[in-house]
Design a protein around this ligand. Structure first.
Ligand code: ZN
Length: 469
């Protein structure tokens, strides 16, 4: 058993402090995450971990509590990344969940790596993550400790093992099922042991990147799996990469897409369906963009958020790979794909960007997911959405309220509205003027508790608090 550490004690202190004294942020411009226009000179009162008042500053004038002057500042909901694979698991030297991995070693859990990745999200203003495929031994104890208030981490939602067909996408970290009703006992055991918050399934035979064709889950089995989890009260999400498989999954009953089609421009009919059906679709551009970005612009690793959240040795290793003329080998990318993988992603990412822009413009529900394991990535995802031509107000909605819809939790989180869980980020500059101002973080609040950055175990080393106390 682990001894209680300082971080755990600090977390408890913060939790009780939050419970004791209301926080009043006044004269702040609120961008509430729902897509509504910003409201200037507002007061946001937080008590007992929830927003208890969101209204004109005058309403909070005589209230007592800890007061934060929000003049000239902007308050947005805590950001969410609804497609991560939290670091902290590997096989020997290589981390890979791509079929074709030859490794037969057992999975190894590195608890510190997982905790540091979680800290990176909080530091970057990401207060909620959904892990959509991991090994249970890595993610589930962290989820338990987060819920028990033992670690400083974002709200963690997780699928545990994903579900697929033998040899299909993600097979290495999946419960592999062949047929119904034989699969039911496997799913029941997964449900009982792992308590998935959202269940991820993979349904893709086409190459993801330049991968060769692989086996796919039979469609009738997909439908049985979705039905099983829904009947247990669990929403489902699915890995797809093209429009046809996305449509088949949606009409098999899936509740969200873990990616938006990237294999080609979607049809106008697909865009109309997205708006009519309101199925949340994850954006997941950063994973693919990272390969060519590292190759062509390795200096991005010197941006403050990366310096704070990545180990100096890891940044140096990645830069050296590029300098040596070696192919991109970001964590998780299998060496056998390398150059073709990078070029495929570079070609397809603008197509995915345009698909997202069209779906959003038509009234579909896009939600930010990065498919990575670092909080800085969230800001790249926002940047790419801006590059795609998605309006800033919609980008913030995609990263907050829409992400909560993806989780099926929009009634309790994802926006700055009275009664909701108080997850928020205070910014020193207007994110609607430039989405990169989402990086100008003064304060991160999770469930009403103000995060003390100096207590976060970040891979880049100890950081100072960004707002005077
Ligand atoms: Zn993924």
């Amino acid at each position: 058993m682990r001894a209680p550490n300082l971080l755990a004690l600090m977390a408890l202190v913060f939790a009780s402090a939050a419970a004791a004294e209301p926080v009043i942020i006044d004269h702040v411009t609120v961008i509430d995450g729902t897509g509504r226009a910003p409201k200037p000179d507002m007061a946001v009162v937080v008590d007992g971990g929830r927003f208890t008042l969101v209204g004109p500053s005058i309403l909070a004038k005589s209230m007592t509590g800890r007061r934060i002057d929000g003049s000239g500042k902007y308050l947005i909901p805590g950001l969410m990344d609804i497609h991560i694979h939290l670091a902290g698991f590997s096989r020997g030297k290589e981390t890979s969940w791509i079929p074709g991995s030859k490794s037969t070693d057992k999975w190894v859990v590195n608890r510190k790596e997982g905790e540091q990745a979680l800290a990176s999200f909080l530091y970057a203003g990401v207060t909620t993550v959904l892990d959509v495929g991991n090994i249970p031994e890595n993610i589930l104890p962290l989820r338990g400790d987060e819920r028990a208030g033992k670690i400083l981490a974002p709200h963690i939602f997780a699928t545990g093992n994903l579900v697929t067909y033998p040899g299909s996408h993600g097979t290495d970290i999946a419960i592999n099922v062949r047929s119904w009703p034989e699969a039911e006992a496997q799913l029941q055991a997964q449900f009982d042991n792992q308590q998935p918050d959202v269940q991820k399934i993979t349904y893709d035979d086409e190459g993801w990147g330049s991968r060769p064709l692989i086996p796919i889950l039979p469609r009738d089995l997909l439908e049985h799996i979705i039905r099983f989890y829904n009947l247990h009260g669990v929403r489902t999400t699915v890995h797809i990469s093209n429009e046809s498989r996305a449509l088949e999954a949606i009409y098999s009953g899936v509740d969200s897409l873990a990616h938006t089609p990237i294999q080609g421009p979607v049809t106008d009919a697909f865009v109309r369906m997205a708006a009519a059906k309101q199925v949340p679709m994850a954006t997941t551009m950063t994973i693919g963009d990272n390969y060519s970005r590292l190759h062509e612009h390795p200096e991005y690793l010197d941006q403050p958020l990366y310096v704070a959240t990545m180990a100096p040795e890891e940044r140096a290793r990645l830069k050296k790979l590029v300098a040596d003329g070696g192919e991109t080998a970001l964590r998780g990318s299998p060496p056998l794909y390398q150059k073709s993988w990078r070029l495929w992603m570079k070609t397809q990412t603008p197509i995915l960007e345009d698909n997202l822009r069209r779906i959003d413009a038509a009234g579909g529900v896009i939600a930010t997911g990065t498919d990575t394991s670092n909080g800085a990535s969230e800001h790249r995802e926002l940047e790419l959405l801006a590059e795609a031509g998605v309006p800033a107000l919609h980008i913030i909605r995609a990263a907050t309220y829409n992400a909560a819809r993806f989780l099926g939790r929009q009634e309790t989180m994802g926006s700055i509205e009275e009664g909701k869980i108080a997850d928020a980020v205070l910014l020193s500059a207007d994110p609607l003027a430039d989405i990169n101002n989402c990086k100008s973080i003064l304060m991160v609040m999770k469930a009403g508790a103000i995060i003390d950055e100096s207590q976060l175990d970040l891979a880049g080393g100890k950081q100072k608090r960004r707002m005077a106390q």
